[in-house]
Write a protein that binds this ligand. Structure first.
Ligand SMILES: [Zn+2]
Length: 116
């Protein structure tokens, strides 16, 4: 993912509207690009600040916002990791199912050929 793509996805990330594949790419880029992390932090702080003002809960400091962004990233990474694990398990089960069907057919065919 390029920095420009990353920046365009920041609002969707904050709003929780990225699908898992987008989220995975987003987090991978976030991990490797300090500039984009800073960009996300600024946007996140501004959007959270506006939300705080709207709810008139005005005693949130910059430190709290930073913590809450890190928490948000942590939860996103956790969700992506679980999603990836589920995909791997699904792939493994599909592969196992495929091979067992193939083996069954192979033995059926051999029994049929050998007349057992
Ligand atoms: Zn970047």
């Amino acid at each position: 993912m390029h920095c420009r793509t990353f920046e365009s996805k920041i609002p969707a990330y904050i709003a929780g509207q990225l699908n898992m594949e987008e989220m995975q790419e987003f987090l991978e880029h976030l991990d490797s690009c300090r500039e984009c992390y800073d960009e996300l932090e600024i946007t996140y702080s501004v959007m959270q600040g506006i939300r705080q003002l709207d709810s008139e809960d005005g005693d949130t400091t910059a430190k709290d916002l930073e913590l809450s962004l890190d928490r948000s990233i942590y939860f996103s990474q956790d969700r992506v990791q679980k999603w990836t694990t589920r995909l791997v398990i699904k792939y493994a089960l599909n592969t196992a199912a495929f091979w067992s069907v193939l083996m069954t057919l192979w033995f059926q065919f051999r029994f049929w050929i050998e007349g057992i």
